[in-house]
Design a protein around this ligand. Structure first.
Ligand SMILES: C[S@@+](CC[C@H](N)C(=O)[O-])C[C@H]1O[C@@H](n2cnc3c(N)ncnc32)[C@H](O)[C@@H]1O
Length: 296
């Protein structure tokens, strides 16, 4: 199939800031739990030059193909699975890392490839799976959940004020087959169809539910702490407040003035991209970077 080469581009977000704050050293062991198209990974690996003890994880098969092409032959371990199960496996194998990076959410190819169903601006089947081997799609959630469950997904994962109305419209108009139909229902829920981008929160909510994104993050964070060697750093880039809240709370709970605190915050406040980066890469708009270091 013809593939537009531009759909495969992903510009790493907050790269300079991430390198400055984490300061990778030669020989350090690197774990990238959302390696994507390898933008952050290539920059870190150029510094630590330790392919053999580094690991790249992604649950998306297309990202794994791209990572394999980019890093083939240098002995790095690739794991095609979700980061919670991958982190668990690495812990069981007693692996340790000096730098762990999580750059959460979807990649530009996810948004640009219409058929993946992540974008509400173009018509596509309701899919939204990051891992295409996973059985549950957005279609299943939209068409099989009870009205109460749908409303709860929209309220909790989308922080969508009109969650009740949208859930009701979805249930009355089933089957909802395309991203366009779903986005049209979200629009109808607003009086006078007044909201500027009425489907943003609905799509965020369904995507989080399909990929179980928040449990992945909250359950993986304590494992990353266990995988970290003394002096090791964890850097997390999040893209919405629900993710950032989980990261902020976990880092706060493991740091502070207590003698037994495991972590020191390297970012008291999250680092955001400057206007130049946002102008060049609008996807960076909502990014927030938090970095911690494990006490020696
Ligand atoms: C923002 S992109 C990362 C881009 C990468 N840092 C780069 O510079 O190319 C996020 C990637 O993480 C993957 N991902 C998101 N959540 C995941 C999870 N729970 N487990 C494994 N991979 C995940 C997505 O498939 C996507 O490829």
């Amino acid at each position: 199939m013809h593939q537009n080469p531009h759909t495969k581009n992903h510009t790493p977000v907050l790269l300079k800031e991430l390198l400055e704050l984490t300061n990778p050293q030669k020989g350090e062991r690197y774990l990238d739990v959302t390696a994507g198209y390898g933008g952050h990974a290539a920059a870190v690996l150029a510094k630590n030059q330790n392919y053999r003890q580094s690991v790249l994880v992604d649950r998306d098969g297309e990202a794994i193909v791209a990572l394999n092409e980019r890093f083939r032959g240098n002995g790095i371990k690739l794991m095609h699975q979700d980061f919670l199960s991958a982190s668990d496996e690495l812990l069981k194998a007693r692996r340790k890392f000096d730098l762990i990076v999580a750059d959460l959410g979807v990649s530009s190819p996810h948004l640009n490839e219409v058929s993946r169903g992540f974008s509400f601006t173009k018509a596509a089947p309701l899919d939204m799976r990051m891992d295409q081997r996973q059985p549950t799609t957005a279609w299943d959630i939209v068409n099989s959940s009870s009205e109460a469950d749908l409303a709860e997904i929209l309220r909790r994962y989308g922080e969508e004020p009109r969650y009740r109305q949208i859930a009701g419209l979805i249930v009355r108009n089933r089957p909802v087959n395309s991203t366009q139909e779903l986005s049209e229902l979200a629009r109808k829920a607003w009086p006078g169809h007044s909201r500027k981008q009425p489907a943003t929160r609905t799509f965020q909510a369904i995507r989080i539910a399909v990929n179980d994104e928040l449990s992945q993050l909250s359950e993986a964070l304590p494992i990353w702490l266990k995988l970290l060697a003394p002096g090791g750093r964890i850097a997390v880039i999040s893209f919405h407040s629900l993710e950032d809240r989980i990261v902020k709370r976990f880092f706060a709970s493991e740091s502070g003035d207590r003698l037994d605190a495991a972590l020191i915050l390297l970012t008291k406040h999250p680092v955001a991209p400057g206007p130049h980066e946002i102008a060049n890469n609008p996807r960076a708009r909502s990014a927030k970077l938090r970095v911690v270091v494990k006490q020696k």
